[in-house]
Design a protein around this ligand. Structure first.
Ligand code: ZN
Ligand code: ZN
Ligand code: ZN
Length: 324
């Protein structure tokens, strides 16, 4: 699975053009170690993107406290890495504490266990869910806590409904919350040829609804598309691309479909929040998977540059990526 993430950047400095030869410091960007056999690239990629997310980093720093789980506390382990990112003089840091906390937390599910490779998108999603539980220790889909970074910044509050064009019947709206909006790459590529003039958001909306036909709620015989309505205005939106197979020949098409901007009103059938209606999000991070390995790209706000993270290796991306 590969996936891309989008974030709203209020008044960022994306417009600044790249100056060849300028020696802007990329600190605090550091690599994360992945010793042979650790298979921590999925976690390292998720952590790098979270750290580079200004909104997330600042919000986490400002949180006054949390419900601590001691040795297996994902919250403490993440804060530990963040503080080392800031203060350590090493070029690459171990992510072992977080790896252990994650393995301990998910040992009943047998997920994210030590030494085993796992899915970066699900790791990212689970870290966010855990952060919610460390702040609001309840399993709730409708979290309204002002201090919950997960739901305040990342969650998309949606409802879905099917409305029949033929007989007018509509289903009861079904509300739900999403931290990652998953889209099938197969559906995306099927939609591309007939939607060349449409925006990236419209393409994603078509891809996530087209294959999902439901029966008319009053059973008139029509098969109808589902409508998804966004009710809040998330500051960070995460798109997860789902691949049907490990070896996909769709990679180039998917990359070609990626747009640097995403408007929320294009991504969903309707957007109710006034702020979200106008909201256009800027691509600021990406986690990629190929040859059984994860790496990440993130936009570094201070230098207005894209940075590539491959475990201990950190490189500035030069060239077209920095011309927005
Ligand atoms: Zn803790
Ligand atoms: Zn929450
Ligand atoms: Zn009908």
């Amino acid at each position: 699975m590969a996936w891309a993430k989008f974030f709203r950047k209020p008044g960022g400095n994306l417009g600044k053009s790249y100056q060849p030869g300028s020696m802007l410091s990329l600190a605090p960007t550091k690599g994360l170690l992945n010793e042979p056999g650790q298979n921590s690239c999925f976690l390292n990629s998720a952590v790098q993107v979270l750290w580079q997310l200004d909104i997330f980093r600042r919000s986490l720093r400002q949180l006054p406290g949390h419900f601590c789980l001691g040795e297996s506390c994902i919250f403490c382990a993440l804060k530990g890495i963040f503080s080392q990112f800031q203060h350590s003089r090493e070029r690459a840091l171990p992510s072992d504490n977080l790896r252990h906390a994650l393995a301990e937390t998910f040992k009943d599910e047998q997920r994210f266990q030590l030494g085993f490779m796992d899915d970066a998108a699900e790791c990212f999603e689970n870290i966010l869910e855990r952060i919610h539980l460390h702040i609001v220790p309840e399993e709730t889909d409708a979290c309204t806590s002002k201090s919950c970074i997960t739901h305040q910044k990342f969650a998309m509050s949606l409802y879905e409904q099917s409305v029949c064009r033929s007989c007018g019947a509509s289903s009861d709206p079904l509300p739900f919350t999403e931290l990652v909006h998953y889209v099938s790459t197969t559906a995306l590529c099927q939609q591309m040829p007939q939607r060349r003039d449409e925006s990236f958001g419209e393409l994603l909306q078509a891809a996530s609804t087209i294959g999902d036909l439901r029966n008319c709620p009053s059973n008139c015989g029509q098969r109808i598309r589902i409508r998804r309505v966004l009710m809040n205005s998330p500051e960070i939106v995460t798109i997860g691309f789902v691949w049907d197979s490990d070896q996909s020949d769709l990679t180039e098409d998917v990359i070609r479909s990626l747009g640097p901007h995403l408007s929320l009103s294009a991504l969903f059938y309707r957007v109710t929040d006034e702020h979200a209606k106008k909201g256009e999000l800027q691509l600021v991070g990406m986690i990629c998977y190929s040859s059984r390995h994860y790496c990440a790209f993130a936009f570094h706000t201070k230098s207005s540059k894209w940075v590539f993270f491959d475990d201990a290796t950190v490189k500035e991306v030069r060239g077209c990526c920095n011309h927005h």
